[in-house]
Design a protein around this ligand. Structure first.
Ligand code: ME8
Length: 572
């Protein structure tokens, strides 16, 4: 089982690049996992995103807009759904914390923690960050001059009678879980930060707020105490479990056994996910997540994005990029150039265009159209041979004949001994992509398809099929050699396209339609399932390989080369 989640986003805000980015990463992970599983995917992979609705700042921004919290949340949750459709996300569910299915189960978890003594009543005084809706420690408050470390807004000293979660009981357990890798905190640098803070000791955390007049019906009341409301963070975290805590989905969060549970987010909310949530789960008698992945931040043209600078990349700007460069182009740029590691990443237009051209237009796009063109021109659009039997590569006869043709044309290569072994490269690429997914290293997984494309390009330059094509009459079996070489190129690109698919589902489906590949149930619907697991689909010379007699249509250019000098798109 593979279960991947994103943060659930506050509905006081409109969707922007940050929300789209984390959800894209989860989408790429889910699509990889489904590809690996094949026909069993819908049974074995689950991808969840959604919205976090009971925050005080949602109530406040609703008031500012003269709307009820419910109406405001409805409206913005719909914006998130729409944005995620625009981005081509394949989430299996979209949870809203205002839904009854979430509220009732979250309340039941709280009740259970009260019963077990893990939640208790007490007094609390501390520094509260209203802009982030969280208390922060005295040390952090001091370090930041009593301003929010995230937004820079002033902190408030608050005293409250509160319910507390006994986080302090679980420090040793948690430390051992993280140190042994039972819970992987990723990337590595984040793990050290988290462990460092855990070693300083864990304190009880407040998990309730006093109900204010007028907001009684927004949020979840503390079971048995209608004067208190469950602190929004505590119920929000539980969405990951409430949504799958049903008979038909419980397999994604089993007591133990085979399930990889991955939480994706940015570094701002790592503490909640790597510390508070695993301890809550442990106190509830549930297993903790397998991995908590906290990426960095997108910044824009070298500057932090903020409300006050008004420079957020909102969904409308992404739409303008999609319109000009295609959805897959935008997905590829974000997924491969984003702040996947510990560092922030800059969304800079020039960099976008460079990446788009290098990886897509001049990369897989060009390679696929070159190979398609040659098959059209030299083989009448039909693969006439495979590379089995007499003409096996590497170092096979076909390559030898091509090199002889180059020699005759006076363009001989320097290293005639160089060998190409696509079968081996393809299976290594697939293996590396699978292992990268296991480490949540999605950019590394995506790089594997690119490496194969590069190898095809190198191979074409090396054996120069266009030269051979001009000298078919001069050498025995030259026509067969040409067909074999082109077959190898196409087959390697077919396998590369599988590895591009999790980020570029539409364009890869387009290749498969043009090339008459049938690995998808429905090539017109990139969300339809695969007919076999990746390992079989990607096997060189396997059941899903290109065959002799298969028609290869050239199709249109997958990615139009972008003009570096054109002005950046603007949001409508
Ligand atoms: O924190 N770069 O919701 P939120 C990259 N409701 N990612 C960014 C980003 C940026 N500049 N800005 C935001 C909450 N994000 C809580 C979560 S979960 C139980 C509750 C992304 O709407 C990133 O994923 O403030 C970050 O963690 C998240 O949006 C915060 O979303």
């Amino acid at each position: 089982m593979y279960y991947v989640t994103t943060p659930i986003y506050y509905v006081n805000d409109r969707p922007h690049i940050g929300h789209c980015y984390t959800t894209l990463l989860a989408d790429v992970a889910a699509r990889f996992a489904r590809l690996i599983e094949g026909p069993e995917a819908s049974e074995r992979v689950f991808f969840l995103t959604g919205t976090d609705e009971h925050a005080e700042k949602v109530v406040e921004s609703a008031k500012e807009h003269g709307m009820s919290a419910r109406a405001w949340a409805d409206r913005n949750a719909a914006e998130f759904r729409k944005a995620f459709e625009t981005m081509g996300f394949s989430n299996d569910d979209f949870v809203r914390t205002s839904e009854e299915r979430h509220k009732s189960r979250a309340a039941a978890y709280i009740q259970k923690l009260i019963d077990s003594g893990d939640i208790e009543l007490g007094d609390y005084e501390g520094w509260y960050d209203p802009s982030q809706e969280e208390y922060i420690t005295e040390t952090v408050a001091k370090e930041n001059d009593f301003k929010s470390p995230v937004t820079g807004k002033p902190l408030e000293k608050r005293t409250e009678q509160n319910y507390f979660f006994r986080l302090d009981k679980y420090g040793d357990w948690l430390k051992a879980q993280i140190e042994t890798g039972a819970i992987r905190v990723l990337p590595e640098q984040r793990k050290n930060e988290v462990l460092g803070r855990i070693r300083q000791g864990l304190q009880k955390v407040p998990v309730s707020r006093r109900v204010k007049e007028g907001d009684e019906d927004w949020g979840i009341l503390m079971p048995g105490d209608p004067e208190h409301r469950v602190y929004v963070w505590i119920e929000a975290l539980s969405n990951y479990l409430t949504t799958v805590d049903t008979e038909d989905r419980r397999r994604f969060w089993p007591a133990d056994g085979d399930a990889t549970i991955v939480h994706m987010m940015a570094k701002d909310i790592l503490w909640f996910h790597a510390v508070i949530w695993p301890c809550m789960l442990h106190a509830l008698g549930e297993r903790p997540p397998s991995a908590v992945y906290a990426h960095g931040y997108w910044i824009r043209e070298g500057r932090k994005m903020s409300k006050s600078l008004g420079n957020f990349i909102e969904i409308e700007l992404l739409e303008a990029y999609i319109e000009r460069y295609s959805l897959d182009g935008v997905r590829w740029y974000l997924a491969t150039q984003g702040p996947m590691g510990a560092n922030d990443a800059d969304f800079a237009h020039k960099h976008f265009v460079e990446t788009f051209n290098a990886d897509l237009a001049n990369g897989i796009g060009n390679s696929a159209s070159r190979v398609g063109n040659m098959i059209g021109k030299y083989l009448g659009g039909e693969l006439t041979r495979t590379c089995n039997g007499e003409f096996g590569l590497p170092g096979g006869k076909a390559l030898g004949i091509a090199l002889t043709a180059r020699e005759a044309a006076g363009t001989a290569v320097d290293d005639p001994e160089r060998s190409f072994d696509f079968a081996a490269s393809a299976s290594a690429a697939v293996e590396r992509a699978q292992s990268a997914l296991g480490r949540v290293a999605l950019h590394e997984a995506l790089a594997q398809g690119q490496a194969l494309v590069q190898e095809v390009d190198d191979f074409i330059s090396y054996c120069a099929p266009f030269t051979l094509a001009k000298r078919l009459d001069e050498f025995e079996h030259a026509d067969k050699a040409l067909a074999t070489i082109l077959y190898s190129c196409a087959e390697a690109l077919r396998i590369a396209s599988l590895l591009f698919f999790p980020a570029c589902q539409h364009k890869m489906s387009e290749i498969w339609r043009n090339w008459n590949c049938s690995a998808l149930n429905d090539p017109d619907d990139p969300d339809s399932g695969f007919k076999a697991p990746l390992e079989e689909l990607a096997r060189w010379g396997g059941d899903w390989s290109l065959r002799a007699g298969q028609r290869i249509e050239k199709g249109e250019a997958l990615f139009m080369r972008a003009d570096v000098n054109e002005d950046p798109p603007v949001a409508k």
